[in-house]
Design a protein around this ligand. Structure first.
Ligand SMILES: [Fe+2]
Ligand SMILES: [Fe+2]
Length: 298
């Protein structure tokens, strides 16, 4: 089944779910403004102040050890000035999606889902910096949201997702392979459809759709999608995964992603890849601590 058919099936599936959560419109407006190069900080501040819960979360996260601020940030203006617009962007995304992860429901628990999302976000950002991708914060955002379709299947199609998870575990398959078989679509298309409804930027919906098939990604986002694909594989190999339900894919997806990256970023050869992977391995305990720190402070 081709991607268009799988997207159509994802639309059908989502239409059967009443009360599909949405991202508050104020957040959609903020996110759109943050991707505008001409953005006015005062406008962002005004929009943020309309959402008190978001404001409180944002200040807590800005004061967390991950952002390791030396001073106590007490106002939104300070947070924006101190962290800069790029970091604020990733903090806002992180704070905005936390409510989609719920306690006590679903096959996979909230902490596990969060760890994988944050782990892939942090690893993607590190890889982006190392390969010279111009906007590492966008890599964080795309990494954070890459599997949002999985989060939805887990919470909103629980009986079916339980079957998918059990089959993947018993037979040693990837989730997306089993999803395709049992649902006629996968978390990639489900995420893509949801992302489009939320008006998230195209680089995010491309990462959602193609992170298991980086060779199919459109040329303009192929570099970023490949970074997410490698980060996803890396996290699964280092057990920042879905609690052992899903086996790691073979090396084909990762190899394809590195090849695609080589076409986008100069100097990506076997030696560079080895160095990047070694650096990531050396940083793995730090990455785990950062995941925990963000998780606790949000
Ligand atoms: Fe995935
Ligand atoms: Fe993933």
């Amino acid at each position: 089944m081709n991607v268009d058919n799988r997207i159509a099936r994802a639309e059908e599936l989502l239409a059967t779910i009443p009360e599909l959560p949405t991202v508050p419109t104020v957040i959609v407006s903020i996110v759109q403004k943050l991707h505008d190069p001409e953005v006015d900080i005062q406008e962002i501040l005004d929009l943020l102040l309309m959402d008190q819960v978001l404001t409180i979360r944002l200040l807590r996260l800005a004061n967390s050890p991950y952002y390791s601020t030396m001073k106590n940030i007490v106002s939104l203006k300070e947070a924006i000035l101190y962290l800069g617009l790029d970091h604020i962007k990733e903090v806002i995304y992180t704070c905005s999606i936390v409510d989609l992860f719920r306690e006590g429901k679903g096959v996979i628990d909230r902490a596990t889902l969060w760890s994988h999302a944050l782990g892939v976000a942090l690893v993607s950002k590190r890889i982006a910096k190392k390969v010279g991708y111009a906007e590492p914060d966008n890599a964080y955002i795309a990494g954070l949201l890459h599997d949002i379709g999985e989060v939805f299947l887990n919470y909103y199609l629980e009986p079916m997702f339980a079957q998918i998870a059990q089959k993947a575990k018993a037979e040693g398959h990837s989730f997306h392979g089993v999803e395709s078989l049992l649902l006629g679509t996968t978390h990639n298309e489900v995420g893509h459809v949801i992302g489009r409804r939320w008006n998230v930027p195209k680089f995010v919906t491309d990462a959602m759709l193609y992170h298991h098939e980086p060779t199919h990604a459109p040329q303009d986002d192929a570099g970023l999608v490949s970074i997410i694909a490698v980060a996803d594989q890396f996290c699964r190999w280092r057990s920042i995964d879905y609690g052992g339900y899903e086996v790691s894919e073979g090396g084909e997806t990762e190899y394809a992603a590195w090849c695609r990256m080589a076409g986008h970023f100069p100097g990506i050869d076997a030696d560079a890849i080895e160095t990047i992977l070694r650096d990531l391995d050396n940083a793995i305990e730090d990455i785990r601590l950062q995941v925990e720190s963000i998780f606790l402070f949000i």
